[in-house]
Design a protein around this ligand. Structure first.
Ligand SMILES: [Zn+2]
Length: 462
């Protein structure tokens, strides 16, 4: 009880300090622990329903096969002359190493101008911004020529009741002309100046390959030359010394040229050379220098990560085979058969085979991997409004380095634009999925204004 009273007291102090409705909402959302597993997204859905219902939204709580998980949909009706716009945000978060935090990660603490807690950046902060922007349309009684749909999803961080499952069962409720979800970044420097705004138009995909080395299974007292574990180790050593070549799609070129504009030589020269130089030596040097940043290294190529090893079953038997799993994050347009040939050529050993690990789901339709077009009123307005709110900051497209829940729409040919809608420093970004995750209150307010103005431009009647 004492603890409850204290918590209540701190919550009140937090509210008094922030003066921001988005920060207050985010603080509330963080207090609903949706660490996945188990997720508990139904609790969040019920909380959101109470917020949206009084404002005149049509509410749907979509149950899943797990009684604790649900999707939440709030629809604000327009006159139907245009197709809806959708804002999607995942309700679940990853777990915490609580002892490494300086505050309770699920207390929704607002301190020193920041909202702190698990999900502050990924993606309850975005959920709060999207929710507040959509609520403001209702509060201000804005007349709409298209429906505005707000979606809070379960199972983005893992699990099977994700947007792909939701789209399969309830497509009519989330069908739209275009959508916004998580993705690109609004990066600011330590002085608070926004350096650039990146809006993702595509996500990388995950492909896993199994590397299998074969040898003779026998008694460990009489080792032979054809030892599967040694053969696998040699193959893995070759892969460790190898890296794939840069593969720049249009959004990555635009992104690097934007970074060139916002940085000083020699870094700006590296970015320019990587995109434009025809001299292989200069490209190689640029790749080497730029790749010191692991994020930039990742978005320009198919990345290779060994993730699992499997060999042997007892101490006196030499096993007949040894396996390693390599997880690749691939650039849109990558052909898996070609990737397998590339890796086989690197290993160059007939005793080693490379095959794709087929996950138990339908292969992605080609449309899912095609970057979303920039030729929509939504994309144009996201650029225009960003330029108004953060004048002087270039706006660029971006290839998101991991996967998001955008697949459900992109695979149906619907453009999705990704943004974490709050200016953030590169330093604070490292706290995402880490410890003391936090987002500035002022950034949440700017993001809410950004999304609200974009919605006005795209959905409001003149
Ligand atoms: Zn996320």
């Amino acid at each position: 009880m004492q603890r409850l009273v204290t918590l209540f007291f701190f919550a009140c102090v937090a509210y008094a300090q922030s003066g921001s409705k988005t920060a207050e909402l985010l603080s509330d959302l963080i207090r609903i622990d949706t660490s996945n597993p188990p997720g508990n997204e139904l609790k969040m859905a019920r909380f959101l329903a109470e917020k949206f219902k009084p404002l005149g939204f049509q509410i749907d709580i979509i149950p899943t096969g797990d009684p604790l998980k649900a999707h939440f949909i709030a629809r604000l009706k327009g006159d139907g002359t245009k197709k809806p716009i959708l804002l999607a945000a995942h309700a679940d978060v990853v777990g915490v190493e609580k002892e490494k935090w300086t505050v309770d990660p699920f207390a929704g603490v607002i301190k020193d101008g920041y909202v702190m807690g698990r999900g502050a950046i990924d993606f309850k902060g975005g959920l709060a911004v999207f929710a507040r922007a959509v609520m403001m349309l209702a509060e201000n009684k804005v007349k709409l020529h298209r429906d505005v749909i707000f979606l809070s999803e379960s199972d983005e961080e893992g699990g099977k009741y994700n947007t792909t499952a939701l789209a399969a069962s309830n497509w009519d409720k989330i069908d739209c002309e275009f959508a916004i979800n998580e993705g690109g970044w609004i990066i600011k420097d330590e002085s608070g100046k926004v350096k650039y705004v990146s809006i993702s138009t595509a996500d990388k995909s995950s492909v896993s390959l199994l590397v299998t080395a074969r040898g003779t299974s026998t008694h460990s007292s009489m080792p032979r030359a054809d030892n599967a574990i040694f053969t696998l180790a040699k193959a893995m050593a070759k892969i460790a010394d190898y890296d794939t070549r840069p593969k720049l799609i249009d959004s990555t070129k635009e992104f690097f040229l934007t970074l060139a504009k916002t940085s000083q030589p020699p870094v700006s020269t590296y970015f320019n050379n990587l995109v434009n130089s025809t001299d292989p030596k200069l490209v190689e040097e640029a790749d080497r220098e730029i790749s010191k940043d692991t994020l930039l290294h990742a978005i320009m190529r198919n990345t290779i990560a060994p993730v699992l090893l499997n060999a042997g079953f007892r101490g006196n038997v030499i096993p007949g085979s040894a396996e390693a799993t390599l997880n690749f994050r691939t650039i849109p347009g990558t052909n898996v058969a070609e990737l397998i040939s590339e890796i086989k050529a690197v290993i160059n050993d007939p005793r080693v085979d490379v095959t794709q690990i087929v996950v138990n789901r339908a292969p992605l339709p080609p449309a899912a991997l095609v970057p979303s077009t920039k030729q929509t009123v939504l994309f144009e307005e996201m650029v225009k409004q960003a330029q108004t709110i953060w004048p002087g900051a270039p706006v660029t497209t971006y290839l998101f380095q991991a996967g998001t829940d955008a697949m459900a729409w992109r695979s149906r040919g619907i453009p999705v634009y990704g943004i974490y809608p709050y200016p953030i420093t590169a330093n604070d970004l490292t706290r995402m999925h880490g410890n003391d995750e936090r987002v500035p209150v002022a950034s949440l307010d700017q993001g809410t204004e950004y999304i609200y103005k974009t919605l006005l431009a795209v959905a409001a009647k003149e």
